[in-house]
Design a protein around this ligand. Sequence first.
Ligand SMILES: Nc1nc2c(ncn2[C@@H]2O[C@H](COP(=O)(O)OP(=O)(O)O)[C@@H](O)[C@H]2O)c(=O)[nH]1
Ligand SMILES: [Mg+2]
Length: 224
Amino acid sequence: MERVPLERKVLSENDKIAATLRARFQEHGILCLNTISSPGSGKTSLLERTLASLPSHDRVAVLTGDIQTDNDAARLRRFHFPVKQITTGGTCHLDARMIERHLADWKLEDLDLLFIENVGNLVCPSSYDLGEAAKIVLLSVTEGDDKPLKYPSIFFKSDLLILTKTDLLPYVPFDIETAAENARRIHPGIEIVKVSCLTGNGFHEWLMWLGERRRAAKPLSPVA
Ligand SMILES: Nc1nc2c(ncn2[C@@H]2O[C@H](COP(=O)(O)OP(=O)(O)O)[C@@H](O)[C@H]2O)c(=O)[nH]1
Ligand SMILES: [Mg+2]
């Protein structure tokens, strides 16, 4: 019985920090995207291929969360953009304070795009606002097309669903249209792209979505 008020307090404290972060991101015209999925759905792979596609002068950074190891930061640093690992030491999600702390020595005026890779988990990260402009949920074709119905919260809260590992479709009983329908039953307006990080299929659609969101995040420049 004591649990509910305590959870509310933690979440409302998180919401306050997240609101401050969101205001700072907006002030600097930074698009912040929070990527969420089960462990192994391909978050780091998506970010690797995305970073590889961006020009080296692009003002992009990544915060990547895991319970242990800085393996993902090491993978992502190969692309020469600023990357920091957030190691939670057991916590199954990132929270806004972790984001605030790890941003402390980056100059926000040097950034246009911030990717957050959340800890692999389809449940807990959905409750923690990180100040992002949008949550992106990834679901790989090896996880089952029923998952949007089983874990509705994250599908409801995400602007975009990325169905990943589509190169494996010939080998697994996963109906991609059923997965999309299930996601739309939970969140009728959710946008959906289908990608393979192995072959690059669908990357054009993902990069188009990203480009549109980046343009929308920039304040209009004054007309001369
Ligand atoms: N076949 C296939 N494997 C993939 C794809 N994307 C990622 N993987 C593999 O899936 C595993 C987990 O990927 P990773 O990016 O680490 O997932 P994360 O835990 O969500 O960050 C790795 O072995 C990747 O090589 C894909 O599009 N196709
Ligand atoms: Mg990862």
